[in-house]
Design a protein around this ligand. Structure first.
Ligand code: ADP
Ligand code: MG
Length: 656
């Protein structure tokens, strides 16, 4: 055998920085280090239990042991989990993801270091390093099942670590913390009111484990000394007899998997702790849904709505899904097959009694049981949100504000649920700055109004001022404003809400609006008066437009552009282009306001011989203005700018 060698390695710069932060800027809740190390031990046992499904040599009676040593001022946390190889120690313990440590440091700065810092540790995948909050030296010894060597890793948190091969032991990992003096000095406790005191003290350890790790599925045990006094044959204490001290293992967590309990009996505090353990999030969940399903399929689900959407909620690569357990054995994290795409922001788990334990990823992907679970989870969630909307509007609006955009994807991925999802939609409208349901908008519909009008665009404040809305404002008809790109898909899939056709305010003819007999008479008169202008513009602008017509849509603006009935809106055109499926450009209809001074003037111009060039010019300017007003880009912005300044110059000369 080759001579044992000790290798000394330096931490990368960002790791050093993180260690510094751990050591120097965390003053409260130092006890989270124990939660992190226990959580790692528990993860490691999860993994070995999973491997044991196919390798019967592995121990599956997972156990996490805490060994305090007051004389040496150390605390040891040991597990019989998977353990690590030499390379894995370098990769997982010697290195931390730069992104994680930087995100953590950023967050600390943002919060003003101490505030919620310890709570953040787990979230950024820097949990192991929290050991240095309380230790000035950390030793990790680990053996991976089947390896010829064990590995010892040691560091003082000062910029480097050593690593060496040692004799192997049973698979698992032992982390020994040499506690900082202050952690063990009772005198310091008063100076640090939040300090959790002595981590070699059994009472302290019991308290911390109860607080953070009670639901860990494996026993967390503590060696405790039992003093037994000598007794005689009758069991009476012998006066002046010997006292024998025995060390016994005491399990200090209840181990009860939270989800197996009766939902009504789990307290919000327990959910909070469990949620943090599950997600590494540091804020409490917005909502919790916990249920058991019995009958042809049996499973339990525990689902949480996080307070904040993850940064990558809309990225294609984002990994999401639920944890899968089978009869309380952990099978996999992020099992996507358990929940539909549009609920990907939900975190939690499913524990099934119907699946075989040796289920593989491939099986999960097409398994009928898994599919049924997904269906039930979907229905339960939809009903849950429906209830929430009815019973606690403010809470539902919070969920909507954070995840509404993802929920709308249901219309795309799962049209079968479109009617149910339509009831969950919250929208902004021309009448209300806040959120309304479609049912509320229908409730407010005008006498004589049959269709439900909407306008899509990119920004609410641009939408609110769109010229297409003028007639609706005049008639007091409410229009739903849809400001997200996904909305185009929602309206095209939904089509109708409770028998009311969904109609774009910027498309086709305006019908379904209340209209008076006078209005109609006036329109007929005007179509005669403007016939020449319309005819000429149609020919002159045939390259850009499908049609030119008069409209009742406008009251203040001179012109607007609308799509043909059934045509694509400019937003939808842009969405298709972004998806890499550009559509042939659609010609739209220029609608003119017969009551506008410019339109009257143009109508007179149309009567004059040789006015075509000017008419074409004006027509193009109207098109450009209409594009600007709806927030669409111009084809020739510089040309438009020049025409406007020319017009201004002429107006200034004539002194108008
Ligand atoms: P995280 O748990 O978020 O991955 P940590 O810093 O807590 O981040 O741990 C880093 C990695 O080190 C773990 O993902 C795991 O691979 C490894 N590790 C830590 N503790 C143990 C342990 N007790 N047994 C096996 N592997 C461990
Ligand atoms: Mg961890």
């Amino acid at each position: 055998m080759s001579k044992p060698t000790i290798e000394t390695r330096s931490f990368q710069a960002h790791t050093k920085k993180l260690l510094d932060l751990m050591i120097h800027s965390i003053y409260s809740q130092k006890d989270v280090f124990l939660r992190e190390l226990i959580s790692n031990a528990s993860d490691a046992i999860d993994k070995v239990r999973f491997e044991a499904l196919t390798n019967t040599d592995l121990a599956t009676d997972g156990k996490i042991k805490l060994i305090p040593n007051r004389a040496a001022n150390t605390l040891t946390i040991s597990d019989n989990g998977v353990g690590m190889t030499y390379d894995e120690v370098i990769e997982h313990i010697g290195t931390i993801a730069k992104s994680g440590s930087e995100a953590y440091a950023e967050k600390l700065k943002e919060l003003g270091k101490d505030v919620a810092a310890p709570d953040l540790i787990g979230q950024f995948g820097v949990g192991f390093y929290s050991a240095f909050i309380v230790s000035d030296e950390v030793t990790l010894e680990t053996t991976k099942a089947g390896e010829k060597h064990g590995v010892r890793w040691h560091s003082k948190g000062d910029g480097e670590y050593t690593i060496e091969r040692i004799k192997p032991s049973v698979h698992g990992t032992t982390v020994t913390l040499h506690l900082r003096a202050a952690e063990n000095a009772d005198a310091e406790e008063e100076a640090l009111p939040d300090s959790e005191g002595d981590f070699t003290d059994a009472w302290t350890l019991r308290k911390v484990v109860k607080k953070y790790s009670d639901f860990i599925a494996y026993p967390i045990v503590l060696d405790v000394e039992k003093h037994e006094v000598e007794r005689d044959a009758d069991g009476k204490v012998v006066e002046g007899g010997k006292t024998e001290t025995k060390v016994v293992e005491e399990t200090i967590n209840s181990q009860k998997a939270l989800w197996t309990r009766t939902p009504a009996e789990v307290t919000p505090e327990e959910h909070n702790e469990f949620y943090k353990h599950l997600t590494h999030d540091w804020t409490a969940p917005l909502q919790t849904l916990h249920f058991h399903v019995e009958g042809t399929q049996e499973f339990t689900a525990l689902l949480y709505v996080p307070e904040k959407a993850p940064m990558d909620l809309y990225s294609r690569e984002q990994k999401r899904g639920l944890q899968l357990y089978i009869k309380r054995v952990f099978i996999g994290a992020e099992v996507k097959e358990l929940i539909p795409e549009y609920f990907r922001f939900i975190r939690g788990l499913v524990d099934s009694s119907d699946l075989p334990l040796n289920v593989s990823r491939e099986v999960v992907q097409q398994d009928a049981v898994v599919n049924r679970i997904k269906k039930t989870v979907t229905t339960k969630l939809i009903n849950f949100f429906k209830d929430l909307l009815a019973k606690d509007r403010a809470a539902y609006e919070k969920v909507w504000a954070e995840y509404g955009q993802a929920l709308k994807e249901a219309f795309h991925y799962d049209p079968a649920v479109k009617d149910k999802m339509a009831d969950l939609l919250l929208v902004k409208t021309t009448k209300d700055e806040g959120w309304s349901t479609l049912a509320e908008v229908v409730e407010r519909m005008k006498e004589g109004q049959t269709a439900l009008y909407y306008l899509t665009g990119e920004k609410f404040d641009v939408l609110r001022e769109a010229p297409q809305l003028e007639v609706f404002a005049k008639k007091g008809v409410e229009v739903v404003l849809l400001g997200e790109s996904i909305d185009e898909i929602v309206v095209s899939v939904l089509d109708k809400y409770k028998d009311h056709e969904l109609k774009s305010a910027a498309r086709g003819e305006l019908d379904g609006l209340p209209e008076s007999a006078e209005d109609k008479a006036k329109q007929e008169e005007q179509s005669d008066k403007f016939a020449d202008l319309l005819g000429k513009l149609k020919t002159l602008l045939a390259n850009d437009l499908a049609d030119v017509r008069l409209t009742t849509r406008l009251t203040d603006s001179a012109a607007c552009l609308v799509a043909e009935e059934g045509g694509l809106s400019p937003q939808l055109e842009r969405i298709y282009a972004q998806l890499g499926q550009p559509m042939p450009e659609q010609k739209r209809i220029l609608e003119l306001n017969p009551d506008h001074a410019v339109v009257s003037a143009m109508s007179q111009l149309a009567q004059l011989a040789g006015s075509d060039e000017k008419l074409k010019d004006f027509g193009e300017m109207l098109i450009d203005q209409a594009l600007i007003a709806e927030g669409s880009p111009l084809k020739h912005p510089a040309r438009f700018a020049k025409r406007v300044t020319d017009a201004m110059a002429r107006a200034a000369v004539t002194g108008v």
